[in-house]
Design a protein around this ligand. Structure first.
Ligand SMILES: [Zn+2]
Length: 173
């Protein structure tokens, strides 16, 4: 194994390499903060909208059936108009919500696509990092520098701009 030396860099804290592992190995052994950066996915679901629309329309259909069926005798036309109006409003609302849901899904897709390059860089940076089990530290083997938990978290989260900064700093070397 010629690559042993690059695979087992020296820890900047204890200056030994016997406990050094890759981030993947550290994560597999249960160090949660060494998890790889999350792949961007569109975290927009249409389900809440569909359920809301369904419930809304369902309520009015139920009301129509109950009121028209149960109160046939003394059901005056004013209430009928109100009920029909409300039903129409609920149907229009359902259509508007469907449209909004569609827009959000499209937007979420675009956002996920935008985040892919950042995720690529974060993953590349993450691959270069090493973890020392003895000292419980993540470090950059190329400069023998300990990476703070905040920086590792930022790198993983991909939510904050700092993630990109961390990734850029690590990869450009
Ligand atoms: Zn160490």
């Amino acid at each position: 194994m010629a690559s042993t030396e690059t695979e087992k860099p020296t820890c900047p804290v204890c200056h030994q390499s016997d406990m050094v592992m890759t981030m993947q190995e550290a994560y597999d052994s249960g160090v949660a903060r060494c998890a790889p950066p999350d792949m961007p996915t569109r975290n927009v679901s249409m389900m809440p909208y569909i359920i809301a629309c369904g419930v809304l329309v369902g309520i009015f259909i139920f009301l129509i059936i109950v009121l028209i069926g149960g109160l046939e005798a003394n059901f005056n036309s004013t209430w009928m108009i109100v009920l029909v109006g409300l039903t129409l409003i609920s149907i229009v609302s359902a259509l508007v919500m469907s449209y909004m849901a569609f827009q959000r899904v499209v937007k979420g897709d675009a956002e996920a696509t935008e985040r892919f390059p950042a995720w690529d860089r974060a993953t590349a940076a993450w691959n270069k990092l090493r973890y020392c089990k003895r000292d419980d530290v993540v470090f950059d083997p190329e400069v023998s520098k300990v990476i703070s938990n905040e920086a590792v978290a930022a790198l993983r989260s991909m939510e904050e701009e700092s993630a990109e900064n961390v990734a850029n700093t690590l990869v450009k070397k």
